[in-house]
Design a protein around this ligand. Structure first.
Ligand code: NAP
Ligand code: MG
Length: 489
């Protein structure tokens, strides 16, 4: 990790001494076992894998690789805990969830630093967005635990059983909170698997759950690879699968679950349209474009990765955007001034680079900011493509990096038809001065979330989820409870 004494070398030979967040308060073990039945246990086959810091390529820690036998053990622990947890007085269940929320808040600085170390995101984002929002999800669902009959009046509410949960690497702690909090509030028990490249905050959360005194087996956290996720999906002792990740893996899971009695929710990819009308407040819209695509290096399923600008203001918006891109700082995720951190993994960087080539080969004009990037680690300058059309792959496919495809439109109807011309339907954004246009647009854009004059704003009270190839089901808010309950008349 870079320290003030430890200069950071850049690709052009320039050196810079960053002022990173202190990591004195961060405790990371050399090795993490699996959290099963309330204990940290060794994996049956004794296998571990490295988790690295994508900003330095250094190994941070080793984590257990759970195989089928470990998944089986975790599911059995969750099954054993289920009768006690589901029959516990609901207000008591709520107290445990409140406790998790409070401990998370108390340890927020440590969680933020670990999230940035393990995943590459800027400390400003993990500190101000990921960790507080994760705590907010636990607080919000803790409040529902003893009010489920009021959430669904006249219905008999029952938990589903054991929830198997599989999460991605882009918001590791936050996705764990999205999954665990509603499941517990509804009386389910949990087996959750974090992504391979970002297991550390999940293992820290295991410590919080142990410290909160939850009964053993209510939450089991197992690290591993794709096969570990598949073993959870296919285990007969699991009653519900909650998955967030790529559409391709989502498809495999949906096929595996077809014909079984298992419930499921799938949060998959996206290619959101961010639409700027000529009557929008242009400077604010430019900030919204930047936030929409460069937040979390563009590793965001709801990123505003397709920009549509009304023709009369297109030149002005694009010039302002380029000027703004030149001010963005790419570098040390632990530096509070950093705007864009490290790309999560070498593999993801290779994917992004392949799209940069595809975009140019398709005839798109690529612009990247001229910022320096460190020599070691995985980095991508903020990038835009102009001169692209609907059929181009950089317009159609999810890149999951800081890469924006820009198109223009003349009329309202043209904007809508272009925005909806995608297999995805997760999110969208509209920038205009007219309330009536917002009202009409939000009903016409086929997406689970549509932001107006803002972007990438999240709240635990609000449902989130997609249409078409962006997934099945909703998380967050009341809808998020529904996904973990059997509602009987
Ligand atoms: P992914 O392969 O779908 O991984 C998501 C989670 O599923 C991870 O925990 C992964 O484990 C696990 N997994 C992998 N194969 C599985 C299988 N056959 N059965 C069950 N679980 C399985 O996504 P990724 O590789 O992390 O990223 C690839 C692409 O997915 C990205 O480029 C992006 O397009 C998309 N993505 C979307 C979101 C979103 O929020 N919508 C989030 C992340 C990624 P391992 O990590 O151990 O492989
Ligand atoms: Mg890592």
């Amino acid at each position: 990790m870079a320290t003030p004494e430890n200069k950071l070398a850049f690709d052009d030979g320039w050196q810079y001494s960053p002022a990173p967040e202190s990591t004195d308060h961060v405790r990371i073990k050399k090795k993490y076992d699996l959290f099963i039945g309330g204990d940290f246990v060794k994996p049956e086959k004794g296998r571990y894998f490295d988790t690295i810091n994508p900003a330095t390529e250094e190994v941070i820690s080793r984590v257990a690789l759970a195989a089928d036998a470990d998944v089986d053990k975790a599911v059995k622990a969750a099954r054993k805990a289920y009768p006690g947890w589901s029959r516990m007085k609901a207000a008591e269940r709520g107290k445990y969830i409140y406790r998790i929320a409070r401990i998370l808040q108390e340890r927020s600085r440590e969680f933020a630093a670990i999230e940035s170390l393990d995943g590459g995101k800027p400390i400003r984002e993990s500190r101000d967005v990921d960790v507080p929002l994760a705590a907010a999800h636990f607080f919000y669902y803790a409040g529902w635990a003893d009010k489920l009959e009021y959430a669904f009046p006249g219905r008999n509410v029952k938990p589903l059983g054991v929830a198997g949960q599989i999460i991605p690497w882009n918001f590791p702690l936050l996705m764990a909170a999205w999954k665990i909090a509603p499941a517990l509030a509804c009386g389910n028990t949990v087996v959750i698997k974090p992504a391979e490249t970002t297991p550390l905050t999940a293992m820290k959360l295991a410590e919080v759950i142990a410290d909160a005194g939850l009964p053993p087996g209510v939450v089991n956290i197992i690290t591993g690879a794709g096969e570990t996720g598949a073993a959870i999906v296919n285990h007969p002792g699991v009653d519900k699968i909650a998955f967030t990740g790529s559409t391709s893996v989502g498809r495999i899971i949906q096929k595996a679950l077809a014909g079984t009695r298992k419930h499921y929710t799938l949060e998959l990819g996206g290619k959101a349209a961010n639409i700027i009308f000529a009557d929008a407040a242009i400077d604010q819209a430019v900030e919204g474009i930047v936030n929409g695509i460069f937040f979390n290096q563009g590793h965001v399923c709801c990123a505003g990765s397709r920009l549509f600008v009304q023709e009369s203001v297109a030149d002005r918006v694009i010039q302002k955007l380029k000027d703004r891109m030149e001010t963005l700082i790419v570098g040390d995720p632990l530096d509070k001034n950093t705007d864009i951190g490290a790309i999560n993994s070498q593999e993801q960087l290779a994917t992004i680079r392949s799209y940069l080539k595809v975009g140019q080969d398709e005839g798109g004009e690529m612009f990247q900011s001229s910022c320096r990037i460190p020599k070691k680690g995985y980095w991508c300058r903020p990038t835009i493509f102009t001169g692209v059309s609907q059929s181009n792959r950089v317009v159609q496919e999810e890149i999951f990096g800081p890469v924006l495809a820009i198109q223009t439109f003349r009329t309202y109807n043209e904007a809508i038809s272009k925005a909806n011309n995608t297999p995805y339907g997760l999110s969208g954004g509209i920038w205009t001065d007219k309330g009536s246009k917002i009202f009409k647009m939000t009903q016409s854009v086929r997406a689970g979330v549509v932001w107006a004059n803002t972007f990438n704003k999240f709240d635990p009270t609000s449902p989130f989820g997609g249409y078409k190839e962006s997934g099945v089901g909703r998380e967050g808010g009341l809808h998020g409870l529904d996904a973990y309950l059997k509602l009987e008349a």
